[in-house]
Design a protein around this ligand. Structure first.
Ligand code: C2E
Ligand code: MG
Ligand code: MG
Ligand code: MG
Length: 288
Protein backbone atom coordinates (compact mmCIF):
# COMPACT_ATOMS: atom_id res chain seq x y z
CA UNK A 1 0.00 0.00 0.00
CA UNK A 2 2.78 2.36 1.03
CA UNK A 3 4.54 1.52 -2.14
CA UNK A 4 1.61 2.29 -4.35
CA UNK A 5 0.98 5.55 -2.48
CA UNK A 6 4.63 6.43 -3.01
CA UNK A 7 4.25 5.60 -6.67
CA UNK A 8 1.27 7.90 -7.01
CA UNK A 9 3.04 10.73 -5.24
CA UNK A 10 6.03 10.51 -7.49
CA UNK A 11 3.77 10.39 -10.54
CA UNK A 12 2.09 13.58 -9.37
CA UNK A 13 5.45 15.15 -8.68
CA UNK A 14 6.64 14.15 -12.10
CA UNK A 15 3.61 15.55 -13.87
CA UNK A 16 3.98 18.81 -11.91
CA UNK A 17 7.57 18.98 -13.10
CA UNK A 18 6.63 18.57 -16.75
CA UNK A 19 3.84 21.09 -16.39
CA UNK A 20 6.16 23.57 -14.77
CA UNK A 21 8.72 22.96 -17.47
CA UNK A 22 6.17 23.85 -20.12
CA UNK A 23 5.22 27.02 -18.29
CA UNK A 24 1.77 25.62 -17.81
CA UNK A 25 1.59 26.10 -14.05
CA UNK A 26 2.50 29.77 -14.38
CA UNK A 27 -0.13 30.34 -17.04
CA UNK A 28 -2.67 28.67 -14.80
CA UNK A 29 -2.06 31.01 -11.88
CA UNK A 30 -1.82 34.01 -14.20
CA UNK A 31 -5.15 33.11 -15.75
CA UNK A 32 -6.73 33.17 -12.30
CA UNK A 33 -5.81 36.85 -12.07
CA UNK A 34 -6.32 37.83 -15.70
CA UNK A 35 -10.01 38.61 -15.43
CA UNK A 36 -9.62 40.89 -12.39
CA UNK A 37 -6.61 42.59 -13.92
CA UNK A 38 -8.53 43.43 -17.08
CA UNK A 39 -6.17 41.43 -19.31
CA UNK A 40 -9.01 39.67 -21.16
CA UNK A 41 -10.78 41.37 -24.02
CA UNK A 42 -12.99 40.51 -26.91
CA UNK A 43 -12.29 40.95 -30.59
CA UNK A 44 -15.10 40.79 -33.13
CA UNK A 45 -15.20 39.19 -36.56
CA UNK A 46 -18.04 40.03 -38.97
CA UNK A 47 -20.33 37.38 -40.44
CA UNK A 48 -21.19 38.34 -44.01
CA UNK A 49 -24.31 37.97 -46.15
CA UNK A 50 -22.91 36.85 -49.51
CA UNK A 51 -25.71 38.46 -51.59
CA UNK A 52 -25.09 41.99 -50.38
CA UNK A 53 -21.70 41.45 -48.71
CA UNK A 54 -23.19 43.34 -45.78
CA UNK A 55 -22.45 42.22 -42.21
CA UNK A 56 -25.17 40.16 -40.50
CA UNK A 57 -23.47 40.27 -37.13
CA UNK A 58 -20.26 39.62 -35.25
CA UNK A 59 -18.65 36.69 -33.48
CA UNK A 60 -16.93 37.61 -30.22
CA UNK A 61 -13.46 36.05 -29.95
CA UNK A 62 -11.58 36.08 -26.66
CA UNK A 63 -8.07 37.50 -26.37
CA UNK A 64 -5.64 37.45 -23.45
CA UNK A 65 -3.12 40.26 -23.32
CA UNK A 66 -0.53 38.74 -20.99
CA UNK A 67 1.78 41.31 -19.35
CA UNK A 68 4.95 39.26 -20.10
CA UNK A 69 4.04 36.91 -22.92
CA UNK A 70 1.97 39.28 -25.06
CA UNK A 71 -1.13 38.11 -26.84
CA UNK A 72 -2.08 34.51 -26.05
CA UNK A 73 -4.38 32.63 -28.41
CA UNK A 74 -7.63 31.20 -27.07
CA UNK A 75 -6.53 27.84 -28.42
CA UNK A 76 -3.69 27.97 -25.84
CA UNK A 77 -5.61 29.13 -22.77
CA UNK A 78 -9.24 27.99 -23.18
CA UNK A 79 -8.21 24.36 -22.50
CA UNK A 80 -6.54 25.51 -19.25
CA UNK A 81 -9.63 27.52 -18.38
CA UNK A 82 -11.78 24.45 -18.96
CA UNK A 83 -9.65 22.10 -16.89
CA UNK A 84 -9.42 24.49 -13.95
CA UNK A 85 -13.08 25.55 -14.04
CA UNK A 86 -12.01 29.14 -14.67
CA UNK A 87 -14.06 28.99 -17.87
CA UNK A 88 -17.18 29.53 -15.75
CA UNK A 89 -16.34 33.07 -14.51
CA UNK A 90 -14.51 33.88 -17.74
CA UNK A 91 -17.39 32.61 -19.89
CA UNK A 92 -19.92 34.57 -17.85
CA UNK A 93 -17.86 37.70 -18.35
CA UNK A 94 -17.62 37.00 -22.10
CA UNK A 95 -21.41 36.67 -22.34
CA UNK A 96 -22.09 39.94 -20.52
CA UNK A 97 -19.39 41.86 -22.35
CA UNK A 98 -20.33 40.61 -25.84
CA UNK A 99 -24.06 41.17 -25.36
CA UNK A 100 -23.51 44.61 -23.87
CA UNK A 101 -21.25 45.58 -26.75
CA UNK A 102 -23.49 44.05 -29.40
CA UNK A 103 -26.55 45.82 -28.06
CA UNK A 104 -24.71 49.14 -27.97
CA UNK A 105 -23.87 48.86 -31.68
CA UNK A 106 -27.44 47.88 -32.50
CA UNK A 107 -28.73 50.97 -30.75
CA UNK A 108 -26.11 53.52 -31.65
CA UNK A 109 -24.90 52.81 -35.17
CA UNK A 110 -26.89 53.59 -38.31
CA UNK A 111 -27.92 50.43 -40.11
CA UNK A 112 -26.75 48.17 -37.27
CA UNK A 113 -30.13 47.60 -35.59
CA UNK A 114 -30.43 43.98 -36.68
CA UNK A 115 -26.84 42.83 -36.14
CA UNK A 116 -26.48 39.56 -34.25
CA UNK A 117 -23.86 38.72 -31.61
CA UNK A 118 -22.35 35.24 -31.53
CA UNK A 119 -20.64 33.95 -28.38
CA UNK A 120 -18.60 30.74 -28.09
CA UNK A 121 -19.72 28.48 -25.27
CA UNK A 122 -17.51 25.72 -23.92
CA UNK A 123 -18.81 22.31 -22.91
CA UNK A 124 -18.06 22.97 -19.27
CA UNK A 125 -20.34 26.02 -19.32
CA UNK A 126 -23.13 24.23 -21.14
CA UNK A 127 -23.34 21.35 -18.65
CA UNK A 128 -23.50 23.66 -15.62
CA UNK A 129 -27.06 23.34 -14.38
CA UNK A 130 -27.53 27.09 -14.05
CA UNK A 131 -26.21 27.93 -17.53
CA UNK A 132 -29.64 29.02 -18.84
CA UNK A 133 -29.93 31.33 -15.78
CA UNK A 134 -26.56 32.89 -16.63
CA UNK A 135 -27.67 33.50 -20.22
CA UNK A 136 -31.00 34.90 -19.06
CA UNK A 137 -29.25 37.28 -16.64
CA UNK A 138 -26.86 38.49 -19.36
CA UNK A 139 -29.78 39.21 -21.69
CA UNK A 140 -31.73 40.99 -18.96
CA UNK A 141 -28.76 43.04 -17.72
CA UNK A 142 -27.67 44.16 -21.18
CA UNK A 143 -31.15 44.65 -22.62
CA UNK A 144 -30.34 42.91 -25.90
CA UNK A 145 -33.09 41.22 -27.90
CA UNK A 146 -32.67 37.48 -27.20
CA UNK A 147 -33.18 36.65 -30.88
CA UNK A 148 -29.98 38.58 -31.67
CA UNK A 149 -27.96 36.24 -29.46
CA UNK A 150 -26.26 33.25 -31.07
CA UNK A 151 -24.59 30.69 -28.82
CA UNK A 152 -21.91 28.73 -30.67
CA UNK A 153 -21.37 25.20 -29.42
CA UNK A 154 -18.91 22.92 -31.16
CA UNK A 155 -20.17 19.76 -32.74
CA UNK A 156 -17.85 17.65 -30.59
CA UNK A 157 -19.41 19.02 -27.39
CA UNK A 158 -22.92 18.30 -28.64
CA UNK A 159 -21.94 14.78 -29.60
CA UNK A 160 -20.19 13.52 -26.54
CA UNK A 161 -21.56 15.43 -23.60
CA UNK A 162 -23.51 12.85 -21.63
CA UNK A 163 -23.86 15.25 -18.70
CA UNK A 164 -25.76 17.85 -20.68
CA UNK A 165 -28.94 18.45 -18.65
CA UNK A 166 -31.94 17.53 -20.77
CA UNK A 167 -33.77 20.75 -20.10
CA UNK A 168 -30.84 23.07 -20.87
CA UNK A 169 -31.38 23.25 -24.62
CA UNK A 170 -35.14 23.55 -24.17
CA UNK A 171 -34.74 26.40 -21.71
CA UNK A 172 -32.32 28.15 -24.03
CA UNK A 173 -34.67 27.97 -26.98
CA UNK A 174 -37.54 29.17 -24.77
CA UNK A 175 -35.40 32.20 -23.94
CA UNK A 176 -35.37 32.86 -27.68
CA UNK A 177 -31.62 32.66 -28.26
CA UNK A 178 -30.27 30.84 -31.34
CA UNK A 179 -27.91 27.91 -31.15
CA UNK A 180 -25.14 27.46 -33.71
CA UNK A 181 -23.26 24.24 -34.29
CA UNK A 182 -19.62 25.35 -34.54
CA UNK A 183 -16.77 23.60 -36.40
CA UNK A 184 -19.27 21.34 -38.12
CA UNK A 185 -17.70 18.37 -39.88
CA UNK A 186 -14.77 17.88 -37.52
CA UNK A 187 -16.55 15.51 -35.15
CA UNK A 188 -16.74 12.42 -37.38
CA UNK A 189 -20.24 12.75 -36.23
CA UNK A 190 -22.99 10.23 -35.93
CA UNK A 191 -25.34 13.15 -36.74
CA UNK A 192 -27.91 11.60 -34.41
CA UNK A 193 -27.78 14.62 -32.10
CA UNK A 194 -29.30 16.68 -34.92
CA UNK A 195 -32.65 15.02 -34.21
CA UNK A 196 -33.12 16.59 -30.81
CA UNK A 197 -31.13 19.75 -31.20
CA UNK A 198 -33.08 22.95 -31.74
CA UNK A 199 -30.29 24.73 -33.59
CA UNK A 200 -30.64 27.52 -36.09
CA UNK A 201 -27.22 27.72 -37.66
CA UNK A 202 -24.50 25.36 -38.75
CA UNK A 203 -20.96 26.63 -39.25
CA UNK A 204 -18.89 24.59 -41.69
CA UNK A 205 -15.39 24.19 -40.29
CA UNK A 206 -12.67 26.05 -42.11
CA UNK A 207 -10.73 22.88 -42.96
CA UNK A 208 -13.39 22.19 -45.62
CA UNK A 209 -13.18 25.74 -46.99
CA UNK A 210 -9.38 25.50 -47.19
CA UNK A 211 -9.67 22.40 -49.38
CA UNK A 212 -12.15 24.07 -51.75
CA UNK A 213 -10.73 24.40 -55.24
CA UNK A 214 -7.88 22.02 -54.32
CA UNK A 215 -9.73 18.84 -53.57
CA UNK A 216 -12.92 18.28 -55.60
CA UNK A 217 -14.33 16.20 -52.78
CA UNK A 218 -14.39 19.24 -50.48
CA UNK A 219 -17.13 20.73 -52.67
CA UNK A 220 -19.05 17.48 -52.56
CA UNK A 221 -18.98 17.43 -48.77
CA UNK A 222 -20.24 21.01 -48.64
CA UNK A 223 -23.08 20.12 -51.03
CA UNK A 224 -24.06 17.26 -48.74
CA UNK A 225 -24.02 19.55 -45.71
CA UNK A 226 -26.14 22.13 -47.55
CA UNK A 227 -28.71 19.51 -48.49
CA UNK A 228 -28.90 18.26 -44.95
CA UNK A 229 -29.10 21.79 -43.52
CA UNK A 230 -31.92 22.59 -45.91
CA UNK A 231 -34.06 19.71 -44.77
CA UNK A 232 -33.36 20.58 -41.13
CA UNK A 233 -34.05 24.28 -41.92
CA UNK A 234 -30.65 25.39 -40.65
CA UNK A 235 -28.77 28.44 -41.90
CA UNK A 236 -25.24 27.65 -43.02
CA UNK A 237 -22.16 29.80 -42.43
CA UNK A 238 -18.84 28.97 -44.10
CA UNK A 239 -15.92 29.64 -41.75
CA UNK A 240 -12.43 30.77 -42.68
CA UNK A 241 -12.98 32.15 -46.21
CA UNK A 242 -9.69 33.70 -47.32
CA UNK A 243 -9.71 33.90 -51.11
CA UNK A 244 -11.95 35.06 -53.94
CA UNK A 245 -11.65 31.58 -55.45
CA UNK A 246 -13.15 30.07 -52.32
CA UNK A 247 -15.88 32.72 -52.33
CA UNK A 248 -16.69 31.91 -55.96
CA UNK A 249 -16.90 28.19 -55.22
CA UNK A 250 -19.09 28.78 -52.16
CA UNK A 251 -21.47 30.98 -54.15
CA UNK A 252 -21.64 28.36 -56.88
CA UNK A 253 -22.53 25.74 -54.29
CA UNK A 254 -25.26 27.99 -52.88
CA UNK A 255 -23.73 29.09 -49.59
CA UNK A 256 -25.21 32.46 -48.54
CA UNK A 257 -23.28 33.36 -45.37
CA UNK A 258 -19.61 33.40 -44.57
CA UNK A 259 -16.90 34.62 -42.27
CA UNK A 260 -13.19 34.97 -42.90
CA UNK A 261 -10.07 37.02 -43.46
CA UNK A 262 -11.35 37.87 -46.98
CA UNK A 263 -13.58 40.47 -45.31
CA UNK A 264 -11.92 41.00 -41.96
CA UNK A 265 -9.87 39.41 -39.24
CA UNK A 266 -11.29 39.78 -35.77
CA UNK A 267 -10.90 43.40 -34.71
CA UNK A 268 -10.95 45.23 -31.36
CA UNK A 269 -14.37 46.57 -30.39
CA UNK A 270 -13.39 50.22 -30.82
CA UNK A 271 -12.57 49.59 -34.49
CA UNK A 272 -15.99 48.10 -35.21
CA UNK A 273 -17.98 51.35 -35.70
CA UNK A 274 -15.52 52.65 -38.33
CA UNK A 275 -15.45 49.24 -40.02
CA UNK A 276 -19.26 49.20 -40.14
CA UNK A 277 -19.42 52.69 -41.62
CA UNK A 278 -16.91 51.81 -44.34
CA UNK A 279 -18.91 48.67 -45.17
CA UNK A 280 -22.12 50.67 -45.50
CA UNK A 281 -20.33 53.02 -47.91
CA UNK A 282 -18.94 50.13 -49.95
CA UNK A 283 -22.30 48.40 -50.21
CA UNK A 284 -23.94 51.68 -51.26
CA UNK A 285 -21.28 52.17 -53.95
CA UNK A 286 -21.82 48.65 -55.25
CA UNK A 287 -25.53 49.38 -55.57
CA UNK A 288 -25.01 52.58 -57.56
P1 C2E B 1 -14.08 29.31 -33.60
O1 C2E B 1 -15.23 29.63 -32.72
O2 C2E B 1 -14.29 28.31 -34.67
O3 C2E B 1 -13.63 30.71 -34.20
C1 C2E B 1 -13.11 30.90 -35.48
C2 C2E B 1 -11.58 30.99 -35.44
O4 C2E B 1 -11.11 31.04 -36.79
C3 C2E B 1 -11.08 32.28 -34.79
O5 C2E B 1 -9.83 31.98 -34.19
C4 C2E B 1 -10.89 33.19 -35.99
O6 C2E B 1 -9.97 34.25 -35.76
C5 C2E B 1 -10.36 32.21 -36.99
N1 C2E B 1 -10.59 32.65 -38.37
C6 C2E B 1 -11.62 33.36 -38.84
N2 C2E B 1 -11.52 33.57 -40.16
C7 C2E B 1 -10.38 32.96 -40.55
C8 C2E B 1 -9.71 32.81 -41.83
O7 C2E B 1 -10.16 33.29 -42.87
N3 C2E B 1 -8.55 32.10 -41.82
C9 C2E B 1 -8.02 31.55 -40.68
N4 C2E B 1 -6.86 30.89 -40.79
N5 C2E B 1 -8.63 31.69 -39.47
C10 C2E B 1 -9.79 32.37 -39.42
P2 C2E B 1 -9.48 32.40 -32.69
O8 C2E B 1 -10.03 33.77 -32.40
O9 C2E B 1 -8.04 32.15 -32.48
O10 C2E B 1 -10.34 31.39 -31.81
C11 C2E B 1 -10.05 30.03 -31.84
C12 C2E B 1 -11.08 29.24 -31.10
O11 C2E B 1 -11.05 29.54 -29.70
C13 C2E B 1 -12.51 29.54 -31.53
O12 C2E B 1 -12.82 28.83 -32.73
C14 C2E B 1 -13.28 29.04 -30.33
O13 C2E B 1 -13.46 27.65 -30.38
C15 C2E B 1 -12.35 29.38 -29.18
N6 C2E B 1 -12.81 30.62 -28.54
C16 C2E B 1 -12.59 31.90 -28.89
N7 C2E B 1 -13.20 32.75 -28.05
C17 C2E B 1 -13.83 31.99 -27.13
C18 C2E B 1 -14.67 32.28 -25.99
O14 C2E B 1 -14.99 33.42 -25.65
N8 C2E B 1 -15.12 31.20 -25.27
C19 C2E B 1 -14.83 29.92 -25.63
N9 C2E B 1 -15.32 28.92 -24.87
N10 C2E B 1 -14.07 29.61 -26.71
C20 C2E B 1 -13.58 30.64 -27.45
MG1 MG C 1 -17.12 30.06 -32.99
MG1 MG D 1 -15.57 27.44 -35.78
MG1 MG E 1 -12.70 26.49 -34.01
Amino acid sequence: RAKSAGGDASAIYHSRMTRRASGRLDLESDLRLALDRGELRLNYQPIIDLDSEAPLGFEALLRWEHPDHGLISPEAFIPIAEETGLIIPIGTWVLHEALRQGNQWRQQIDGAASLTTAVNISGRQLVAKNFPDIVEAAIRDTGIDAAAVHLEITETVLMDEPDLPRETLQRLSRLGVCLSIDDFGTGYSSLSYLKWLTAKTLKIDRTFIRELGEDPRAGTVIELVLGMAKSLRLDVIAEGVETLDQLGELRRLGVTRAQGFLWSKSIPSDHVPAWLRSRVRKTAQQLQ
